[in-house]
Design a protein around this ligand. Structure first.
Ligand code: HEM
Length: 510
């Protein structure tokens, strides 16, 4: 009896503690389902980390809620809200209170600031506006067209290398590895004016250093988020800093060359422009003028934002094309009808092609390279309303300090927001409908939307169009022979996504 009553008292005590905790910290007084989330245990479980975005979608499908909230028991004063509903996304992107959804997430400091501390993580306000205005000019359509000679050079190298690889491996090879070196070369040349030529260097120390910066910062971020910066071991920090210096050096060299070229009155040493040259033709915002480190962060952020994302998009598109001969033919026929085999493709021509455009959009719907956006943190309380699938009005209360993720992947893959089956790769949905059959313009946002929309959207789209059209002019892209399943298609998440086992293709000359 005494044992039973002790157990009963313990259970009652625990329930009381939970009830107090629930009322104090889990009751947001709104319609967003709230659960206790322990990173690596259930939110996500350690085995689910690489599939994070897919697990989020599965949860949304299972519960019917595309907005949900999670609270860490030892940081109950701040929740994390995952928003996969177009009406709430609209408020985040372009609502009158969009600036309440701020950057950076404080616990990312400093783990992510080294490589993403440029535009991506600068808080809303004066410095961000200054930098955005500066780079906005550089990423305008007209300026992007002046980069065509750089695109053409790098693309010629890619075509040459994959052609040789196809001869060496007629049963197939991983094209993602080639895209990855190609976009690294492209973005470093475009952004910093430096020729790294990693396309020819399979063991490039620069790519190794870059991969180290990113992978160590993920561990750092995770530790800092769960426990604090003290949880990040010194030896890893030293490795991170050494690799960071390798990349910083490339940027400082580019900056020095651009300054020298400007002083000498030429546009660049080889008369071809880069983003850093363009940047120096404008007045820099005060915070960048005063601190060279801020310039480095801005330029490095372009590499972070542009390299993996664009390579992943090309890889996923190549994967789908390898499965869909009719779309390969549609795209190739459209290119061949417009451009003679002896003529070079131009950005203007590829921009006008509808089939490649539809295939890219559909691929970005299935695989938005940054599936939960960049993360925001509330700088004040805010209430947003939205309608559930039965049309009933729902309320989401955001509190100051809450972390907010734009769950783009969930929105793009939730049937409720689309008129055709969402799980099918069907580019035709985009052919006669700019919304692709979505119920809202905010249901498809692989580049985000509003004032903080991706700066490099035009660049990424132009490069992807140009690259895939050029490959399809020369080759039929078929699935690699894969008897052992080494190219089994798996998409993995580390903030951005990529094909974990690469994309195995056979390139057959046409
Ligand atoms: C297919 C490739 C790409 C995808 C899917 C992508 C996606 C995104 C997304 C989702 C955001 C966050 C938007 C938001 O939170 O509202 C973003 C921001 C950003 N992206 Fe991209 N991106 C791509 C390529 C690029 C490229 C090539 C560059 C530049 C070289 C770039 C530069 C940026 C920058 C600077 C920001 C931060 C903008 C700001 O906060 O003001 N991105 N991108």
């Amino acid at each position: 009896m005494p044992l039973l009553s002790t157990v009963a008292v313990a259970i009652a005590g625990l329930y009381l503690v939970y009830e107090i905790f629930r009322r104090l910290f889990l009751d947001y007084g709104d319609d967003v389902p709230t659960s206790i989330g322990i990173p690596l245990i259930n939110d996500p479980a350690i085995t689910d980390v690489p599939q994070f975005h897919i697990k989020m979608l599965e949860k949304a499908r299972a519960t019917g809620h595309s907005v949900r909230r999670s609270v860490m028991p030892w940081k109950p004063w701040r929740s994390t809200v995952y928003v996969g509903h177009p009406q709430v996304l609209r408020e985040i992107y372009v609502g009158k209170d969009w600036e309440a959804f701020d950057r950076p997430i404080k616990s990312q400091d400093p783990s992510q600031l080294y490589h993403a501390g440029g535009l991506i993580l600068v808080p809303n306000g004066k410095n961000w506006r200054g930098a955005r205005e500066l780079f906005g000019k550089t990423f305008a359509n007209t300026t992007i067209k002046t980069y065509m000679p750089i695109f053409a050079d790098k693309l010629a190298v890619l075509i040459d290398l994959i052609g040789k690889e196809a001869k060496k491996n007629p049963s197939g090879f991983d094209i993602q590895a080639f895209y990855s070196r190609y976009t690294f070369d492209m973005i470093t040349r475009l952004s910093f004016g430096e020729e790294m030529d990693v396309q020819h260097d399979f063991d490039s120390k620069y790519m190794k250093a870059w991969d180290d910066v990113l992978s160590i910062s993920v561990i750092w971020q995770l530790g800092a988020n769960v426990a604090g910066n003290w949880a990040f071991p010194g030896f890893l920090k030293a490795k991170h800093q050494a690799s960071y210096k390798v990349i910083t050096k490339i940027i400082l060299d580019g900056l020095a060359n651009a300054r020298a070229a400007k002083a000498a009155g030429a546009k660049t040493k080889n008369t071809r422009f880069s983003i850093v040259d363009d940047m120096l033709t404008h007045e820099l915002p005060e915070f960048m003028e005063k601190d060279e480190n801020e310039i480095v962060k801005q330029l490095m952020t372009l590499l972070f934002a542009g390299h993996d994302t664009t390579a992943a998009t090309m890889s996923f598109l190549t994967y789908y094309l390898s499965l869909n001969p009719e779309w390969r033919k549609l795209i190739r026929d459209e290119v061949n009808a417009a451009v003679k085999p002896s003529d070079a493709l131009t950005l203007e021509t590829v921009e006008s092609f509808k089939y490649i455009g539809a295939a890219i959009k559909e691929t970005l719907r299935h695989h938005p390279a940054a599936p939960v956006g960049t993360g925001r943190q509330m700088n004040r309380d805010l209430t947003v309303t939205y309608a559930d699938k039965n049309g009933a009005s729902r309320v989401a209360n955001f509190k100051k300090g809450d972390i907010v993720f734009t769950d783009i992947y969930t929105t793009q893959m939730t049937q409720e927001f689309w008129n055709k089956p969402v799980d099918v790769w069907d580019p035709s949905r985009w052919l006669d409908d700019p919304l692709g059959g979505a119920s809202s313009p905010f249901a498809f946002a692989p580049f985000g939307n509003g004032a903080r929309k991706c700066l490099g959207e035009r660049l990424a789209l132009a490069l992807t169009r140009l690259t895939l059209c050029e490959i399809l002019r020369k080759y039929d892209i078929q699935r690699a022979d894969d008897p052992t399943g080494k190219f089994k298609f798996v998409q993995n998440f580390t903030g951005t996504i990529k094909a974990e086992n690469g994309v195995g293709v056979k390139l057959v000359p046409v």
